[in-house]
Design a protein around this ligand. Structure first.
Ligand code: ZN
Length: 467
């Protein structure tokens, strides 16, 4: 059996790992889009490193687009198998793929308009909204903690990853050479004591582990401090400076975490009485889907729901829908909080809000998650004094803040806790994926010191025999 790594290999996006069994059958783990890689992004998303038509099944760890975003292209190029994931992942992925297709169609339309004028070659979107819709029938939802058959001789079980709603760690039992080979793929591992989700679940001994490493060299602040930090930024920006607080937030996960935090502050009567806007149709739709799956919430939030039936809705919160409503926010003089996507400020309505508010020192741009260094959010967090947005240079006068404690990814202690039940000497192969190379090297040292011997940091398209 062989494994090859075609994305999230020394990077944090594009998750895609291909298992080739000794009978020739192929199983793809995740089918993610590369994001925020600068000029190379598009080319990276157009080269697979394998033929999609030869893949027999896809197992999807969770809905995030850097794990699911190339599914329509995979199907368009001949993948004819089933896609296995949890029910919440299926519901969320459906929304995200259509949104991703729409963004691409719009981007390509804008790009081609200027290319045409300058006589440059025209681009095609990676896939269209119709392509995204046509793969919806391929999904097969499976529950957590139950083995199911993926292909003959290959069984799979999902355990809770605690990263976003529906997220799973993927455990495979593959019959090879007369015995079951046990392979575990972490997907993205969340934090222990997340505010909404249950903690990552323990799992049985594996022969091979593929683990993410996004924050493999960091320790997060305690999650509970994020509520107070959020409150401080609102008070500082809206009350003391009378400005706008622009919060780029991932539509899935971070937006609901912020809404939950604001709702808690409101329940504690600490929330400043200003207007709060969720200005992203996708974030609004996702919030509705998440409310359909309270069965996956942790005990704390289930308890809150005994007295507050909607823990994501509070006084002063508005969901804006139309483009006109979004534009009206520019003309508001009153202080307010605008929560909008995307989280890295690379696309979406938040990019407009940043370009409209970045030159005014009354305002604050508050980053709430990981940003690729090339992305607008990454450049702002690096302290750049001038940034280009939609081809226009802007001086950065607004304050730029960040709340790092809100990460949906575990830090190295969470990752070590996730590995807690594993006997390192029984893990024959260990692969680190989904991280920046320097971070991965640091985590590798840590793993080796814990007794994991064969730790590899694969490059993109690296292939190796594992059993
Ligand atoms: Zn993720």
């Amino acid at each position: 059996m062989k494994i090859s790594f075609h994305g999230a290999a020394r990077t944090v996006t594009g998750s895609k790992h291909l298992l080739t069994l000794s009978n020739g059958k192929k199983i793809l783990l995740d089918c993610g889009l590369f994001q925020g890689m600068g000029r190379d992004t598009d080319a990276m998303n157009r080269t697979w490193g394998f033929d999609p038509a030869t893949v027999d099944a896809l197992v999807l760890s969770h809905a995030h687009i850097d794990h699911s975003g190339l599914i329509p292209k995979l199907v368009k190029e001949g993948f004819a198998g089933r896609i296995y994931c949890t029910d919440a992942t299926e519901a969320l992925t459906n929304l995200l793929l259509e949104d991703s297709a729409e963004i691409q169609e719009n981007d390509v339309r804008a790009h081609n308009k200027s290319s045409k004028a300058q006589g440059r070659p025209l681009l095609e979107p990676l896939y269209t909204v119709d392509d995204a819709k046509s793969c919806l029938g391929r999904f097969e939802a499976r529950p957590y903690n139950e083995w199911f058959t993926v292909l003959e001789g290959v069984e799979c079980m999902f355990t809770d990853a605690g990263h976003i709603l529906g997220s799973a760690c993927v455990h495979l039992r593959i019959q090879e050479k007369g015995r079951p080979y046990r392979l575990t793929f972490s997907g993205d591992v969340g934090r222990y004591r997340d505010v909404i989700l249950r903690s990552p679940a323990p799992f049985d001994q594996a022969d091979c582990i593929i683990m993410e490493s996004t924050y493999g060299d960091k320790l997060h602040e305690n999650v509970s401090t994020s509520f107070d930090q959020l409150l401080q930024w609102i008070t500082h920006t809206c009350i003391e400076k009378g400005g706008k607080l622009i919060v780029p937030a991932f539509s899935l996960g971070r937006t609901q975490e912020i809404l939950y935090a604001l709702n808690q502050l409101e329940l504690e009567r600490r929330l400043p009485a200003v207007d709060y806007f969720v200005d992203s149709p996708l974030s609004t739709d996702i919030t509705s889907v998440i409310k359909r799956f309270p069965k996956y919430f942790n005990k704390t939030i289930q308890k809150v729901m005994q007295t507050d039936d909607d823990p994501f809705q509070f006084r002063g919160l508005h969901f804006t829908k139309t483009v006109d409503e979004s534009k009206m926010l520019n003309y508001r003089d009153a202080p307010c909080v605008i929560i909008s996507a995307s989280g890295m400020a690379e696309a979406g309505r938040v990019k407009h809000h940043i370009s409209n508010n970045i030159e005014n020192s009354r305002n604050t741009i508050l980053m709430t998650g990981y940003c690729e260094p090339h992305s607008l959010g990454g450049r702002l967090m690096a302290g750049e004094k001038e940034v280009g947005i939609y081809g226009v240079r802007h001086e950065v006068h607004a304050e730029v803040g960040s709340i790092r404690s809100m990460s949906a990814h575990g830090d190295y202690e969470d990752l070590m806790q996730w590995l807690h039940g594993q006997d390192p000497r029984s893990v024959q192969k260990f692969f680190l994926v989904h991280g920046e190379y320097e971070v991965q090297q640091e985590l590798k040292r840590r793993l080796v010191s814990k007794g994991f011997l064969d730790v590899t940091i694969p490059e993109r398209h690296f292939e190796i025999g594992i059993a």
